[in-house]
Design a protein around this ligand. Structure first.
Ligand SMILES: Cc1cc2nc3c(=O)[nH]c(=O)nc-3n(C[C@H](O)[C@H](O)[C@H](O)COP(=O)(O)OP(=O)(O)OC[C@H]3O[C@@H](n4cnc5c(N)ncnc54)[C@H](O)[C@@H]3O)c2cc1C
Length: 454
């Protein structure tokens, strides 16, 4: 990046520009196993107008633009392999509006999901989408994120009502109003959801909210094998049980979580569950779920009655990625992310277990089984060519299996750098349409270049 561009950024933003090695390295997208990609400079905008001015400045100087939220994405999505300007969105951290009657709100893109729920704590409302990390809502919209409650409340695809976006030309657009439904033309909101910063910068997000459930009950249940655990979840959903969370952890994952979170769960295939609702309805649902689980050999039901117990349970589940990765000092995480129709899930997990026999790298399996989405998380030594190759071959084989049953290479983490090579096989001719859309919106190719497309 030349001095003229850097000076122009400094003129616009004053001290909210840095080209220090330390800040560039902090914004290189190194959460997982991908090689770091350092931007040339990092900037911290505070308003939509500032984002628009930065984008126009970058366009004039031909600089790549990489939006950056919490940097928690796992596929190198927020790295800057071609340099350019990283827009750290975390100073856009204001909740702009909450409408209890409409059950919705509007936030700046840098608000994190935990900050939003903290803001809502006295309102009787909550925002349910909960990826394991404390991600920003802009980043979550940009990756079409989901989490443990998606089986009940949906993912970012369902949660987002509209976006304010700065286009690659520096124009400010709102993709929709706040109406719950609309048939007015193309669905631009969903075009930007999952676009990973390649089509524009999201500066504001309007979101659906939900009333806090009257009662919450969480439980742990053990199973003899993954098939039994998955079939229990599938049958419960088929019977219409409104499970709020149903998460699968294999024996290796439970071992890692026990060590990391000082728990003492039996080291076997396990479901972590949650039910939300009125007390009487919950009793019925829980009894029915118990019958289904027993029919599949489920045992050792344990209910977390108190709020602290429940929170500890879900903290442990959310720690499963770090618990697995931190089994080895200096190792990095590599998480697969296939998602398949739920009926194909038991077979897909068994297939993964079979493939794992040939991979000499510590791994856990954890999954949002109600959505047909699971992760094999490896604790990989990125300096070992043999380990990297073995995990890569595993991922290739697992994605091939998922695509063979009409699944996807990524249920929630996005494409970034890591899943680009599967896009052709997954989308066929539809990938060419995606490329045409990208070129139409960003003809100079400056928005988060090198991502999504092979
Ligand atoms: C321990 C752990 C557990 C996780 N569990 C889950 C999970 O359960 N479900 C899940 O979906 N993900 C999960 N993730 C992945 C990650 O948290 C999500 O991808 C999250 O949505 C990323 O948000 P972020 O704010 O960190 O975005 P970043 O990582 O900063 O960016 C992600 C992508 O979005 C783009 N972007 C960021 N902000 C904007 C913006 N304002 N406008 C346009 N583009 C933008 C970036 O350029 C990049 O392409 C997990 C990660 C970790 C570390």
């Amino acid at each position: 990046m030349d001095d003229t561009a850097l000076s122009a950024l400094r003129e616009l933003l004053g001290a909210r520009v840095s080209d220090s090695q330390a800040e560039r390295a902090l914004h290189a997208g190194t959460e997982a196993h991908h090689a770091p990609g350092l931007p040339d400079a990092v900037v911290w905008p505070e308003s939509t107008d500032e984002v628009a001015a930065i984008v126009r400045l970058c366009a004039r100087h031909g600089l790549a633009i990489v939006p950056f939220g919490a940097g928690s994405s796992l596929e190198g999505n927020a790295s800057a392999p071609q340099g350019g300007v990283c827009l750290d969105m975390t100073r856009m951290g204001r909740v702009l509006r909450v409408s209890p009657e409409d059950l919705d709100c509007t936030v700046q893109a840098g608000v994190t999901r935990e900050a939003l729920n903290h803001h809502l704590r006295d309102s009787g409302l909550f925002f349910p989408v909960d990826p394991g990390a404390n991600a920003t809502l802009g980043g979550m919209a940009a990756t079409r994120a989901s989490g443990t409650t998606t089986v009940r409340y949906g993912s970012m695809r369902e949660a987002v009502l509209s976006l304010t976006v700065v286009t690659p030309e520096g124009e400010i657009l709102r993709t929709a109003g706040r109406a719950r439904k609309s048939a007015a033309g193309y669905d631009l909101t969903r075009l930007f959801l999952g676009s990973e910063g390649t089509l524009g910068v999201i500066t504001e997000v309007s979101l659906r909210l939900f009333g806090r459930p009257e009662q919450i009950r969480s439980a742990v249940c053990r199973f003899p094998d993954p098939d039994a655990a998955c079939r229990t979840a599938i049958e419960a959903i088929q019977l219409g049980l409104p499970l709020a969370r149903v998460e699968y952890l294999d024996a290796g994952c439970i071992r890692a979580v026990n060590a990391f979170s000082q728990r003492a769960e039996a080291e076997t295939d396990t479901l972590f569950l949650e039910f939300h609702g009125a007390p009487a309805a919950l009793e019925e649902q829980i009894a029915l779920f118990g019958e289904i689980a027993e029919g599949h050999g489920g045992t050792g039901f344990r209910w977390a009655e108190r709020e602290e117990e429940r929170n500890a349970l879900w903290r442990a589940r959310h720690s499963a990625y770090n618990a697995t990765v931190n089994q080895r000092a200096g190792a990095k995480g590599w998480a697969t992310d296939v998602c398949v129709p739920v009926s194909a899930l038991p077979d897909c997990i068994l297939h993964a277990k079979g493939l794992l026999a040939d991979v000499p790298v510590p791994a856990s399996i954890m999954g949002h089984v109600g959505d047909g989405n699971f992760h094999v998380v490896f604790s990989v030594d990125t300096n070992s060519e043999a380990e990297m190759q073995a995990v890569k071959a595993f991922n290739d084989a697992l994605v091939a299996k998922a695509l063979s049953v009409e699944g996807t290479c990524t249920g929630e983490h996005g494409v970034g750098l890591g899943k680009r090579k599967y896009m052709e096989a997954e989308h066929g001719p539809a990938l060419a349409l995606m490329r045409r859309l990208k070129t139409a919106l960003d003809p100079a190719g400056l928005m988060n270049p090198g991502k999504i497309f092979p």
